[in-house]
Write a protein that binds this ligand. Structure first.
Ligand SMILES: Nc1ncnc2c1ncn2[C@@H]1O[C@H](COP(=O)(O)OP(=O)(O)OP(=O)(O)O)[C@@H](O)[C@H]1O
Length: 572
């Protein structure tokens, strides 16, 4: 009944022991409350004075108050524990997302990641809080109550004991049906979230294509599916609650009828009969409470599966093999016969790259030839299937090395601008940079016009839900980040100007040229005019290096081939 995975939670054993103790006391107060209530009623029935029965009433009141206080205290205690446990999961999840990087989010979808971290963890919290209390109530209270009923009259106890498994079997059958519906409901919920986040991110594109309405119809359809599966789960939950109430009420009625016969036949006194009658609903109450909340916790159970699957994703191991303080003019990186596949589909084949000191290496090739994948392997964001990797003659299993990753800047096609001030966005890698250094970086990155334009200058909020910046401005902010930190000697560029118009690209190129000096540079690009800044070129085609060499030699070779072609065509 208790999910085994819960036993792995930190501090769970101690928490459960406290819960067991409180639930045991609660069970005793339930018995005490019923006994004193029955005594008070029987005394009053017999016409005793209120003074004589007052002590019973007071004891009943005390037992009642302690019982209710225990309910409140248990809820608060478990809420505190669930808060801590879920917070712990949240930290572990965030660490996992950070450690595994963007590839894992790309694999499972941003919507799924948002669901797991948001609503998913809230459901898990609900699950811990509700389920543990209800399970322990069900495991302790009915049996204490039943033991007391046995003590008063074993025949009634036996009847209640025998009816319990019948009710449980019924509950399990309905529970299994609800589980499959809840699985479908949760899958729909994740699908809805994924599509919704996807639609929000792609809204400008959808508008431009005139497809916003079609897409919104699709989202409406998915939300309808979600509504329907939710209603199906609710229907089963309601039926289950109704059936359980019906069975338990019927059982109590049977007990009442037998007690009535015993009273009429003089086999029993009023006090024990009344005590059993008051205790019988208490015997079934934990089961009814468990059933009420069981369906509410199913989503939590599913969410816990997702959370644990994500936390248990293997981390990249051996991240501290490399010992490298700084990349220097005589440092060397060698990739030998690297292969890489996405889902069994080879994307890089036998790639060999040798980079030394402050070389500038261009990766050129048509779209889909594997430039970004190679850069991702160089950056350690992806791990090659096989091949050798060496830095300064030290063999490495991959390049996700802490000492390597703190040596480089990575400039993607569309850099991410954080929701923060322009100043903080620029000081991203160099928190201790002085105001003068920031101003110099702004000037050299060509951001002065933007700073003048913004209402609060450097303190204006930019990024998500702040002032949006253009693609070129975003690249300039990344350049300013690079300019501020002169410790990192390696630059990885993944087509940084692919989305820019030719004028902006030209301006940016002027700003970038001085940064390239005294850095090892890997520059993936389609645009061949960048080759004049490079001193070595690797030409990729379908994942293979088809040509390599100094740009002027390659260009001379291309020119001579063109000339030969012209000559041959002219000759015909
Ligand atoms: N996450 C992924 N899952 C599966 N296949 C992928 C993934 N990312 C890239 N690919 C495939 O790998 C191949 C190489 O892609 P890559 O992005 O490295 O090419 P590229 O040369 O950088 O292209 P572009 O110039 O268009 O950016 C392509 O066929 C692409 O479809």
């Amino acid at each position: 009944m208790i999910d085994k995975r819960l036993f792995k939670l930190k501090g769970i054993i101690g928490t459960l022991m406290v819960l067991v103790f409180m639930t045991g006391i609660q069970g005793l107060t339930i018995i005490a409350q019923s006994v004193f209530m029955s005594r008070a009623i029987v005394d009053l029935w017999r016409g005793q004075s209120i003074e004589i029965t007052l002590s019973n009433i007071v004891w009943f009141g005390l037992a009642f108050i302690v019982r209710q206080l225990l309910v409140v205290f248990k809820n608060q205690y478990m809420a505190g524990y669930a808060d801590k446990a879920v917070e712990n999961y949240r930290v572990q999840l965030l660490e996992k997302y950070t450690a595994l990087g963007s590839t894992v989010v790309a694999k499972q979808g941003t919507g799924n990641a948002v669901t797991t971290l948001g609503a998913g963890l809230d459901n898990v919290k609900n699950y811990f809080q509700l389920l543990l209390i209800k399970v322990f109530d069900l495991s302790i209270i009915p049996w204490l109550v039943l033991a007391y009923i046995f003590y008063i009259k074993w025949e009634q106890g036996l009847f209640l004991l025998l009816i319990f498994p019948v009710v449980i079997i019924f509950f399990i059958i309905l529970g299994l049906a609800a589980q499959s519906k809840a699985d479908a409901e949760f899958a729909n919920f994740k699908n809805l979230n994924n599509r919704f986040v996807d639609a929000l991110r792609g809204l400008p594109t959808l508008k431009q294509l005139g497809l916003a309405e079609t897409y919104s119809d699709e989202i409406y359809q998915i939300s309808e599916d979600y509504r329907k599966t939710t209603m199906r789960t609710l229907k089963i939950a309601m039926t289950s609650t109704f059936a359980l109430d019906f069975f338990t009420t019927l059982s109590i009625a049977v007990v009442a009828v037998f007690l009535g016969f015993d009273l009429l036949n003089g086999h029993m006194m009023l006090l024990p009969a009344l005590t059993i009658l008051i205790l019988a609903p208490e015997y079934f109450l934990p089961l009814r409470n468990f059933s009420d909340d069981y369906h509410a916790t199913l989503n939590g159970k599913n969410a816990l599966t997702d959370v644990l699957a994500m936390i248990e994703e293997p981390n990249v191991s051996n991240q501290a093999v490399l010992q490298l303080t700084t990349w220097q003019s005589d440092s060397q990186l060698i990739l030998n016969n690297i292969n890489f596949s996405y889902d069994q589909q080879p994307v890089l084949k036998n790639i060999t790259v040798q980079a030394k000191g402050y070389q500038k290496i261009a990766l050129v090739g048509e779209s889909g030839s594997g430039k970004s994948t190679l850069l991702n392997i160089i950056g350690g964001f992806l791990t090659a299937d096989d091949g050798q990797i060496m830095i300064n003659h030290q063999k490495l299993p991959h390049l996700a090395q802490a000492d390597w990753q703190k040596q480089f800047f990575y400039m993607p096609q569309q850099p991410y601008i954080f929701h923060n001030t322009l100043r903080e966005n620029i000081k991203f890698y160099a928190q201790n940079a002085s105001e003068n250094e920031v101003m110099d970086a702004i000037k050299n990155a060509g951001l002065s016009a933007l700073v003048d334009e913004l209402p609060d200058g450097l303190d204006s909020m930019i990024g998500e839900s702040g002032r949006q910046v253009s693609g070129g401005q975003a690249q300039r902010i990344t350049l300013a980040r690079m300019l501020l930190d002169n410790q990192r000697k390696i630059l990885l560029f993944d087509e940084p100007t692919a989305h820019l118009d030719i004028e902006t690209e030209y301006d940016l190129k002027q700003a970038m040229a001085p940064i390239l000096a005294s850095h090892l540079v890997f520059f993936a690009t389609h645009r061949l005019h960048w080759l004049d800044q490079m001193d070595y070129v690797l030409v990729l085609r379908q994942g293979e290096v088809v040509e390599q060499g100094e740009p002027r030699l390659l260009l001379a070779d291309v020119n001579s081939q063109l000339n030969r072609l012209r000559y041959e065509l002219g000759g015909k």
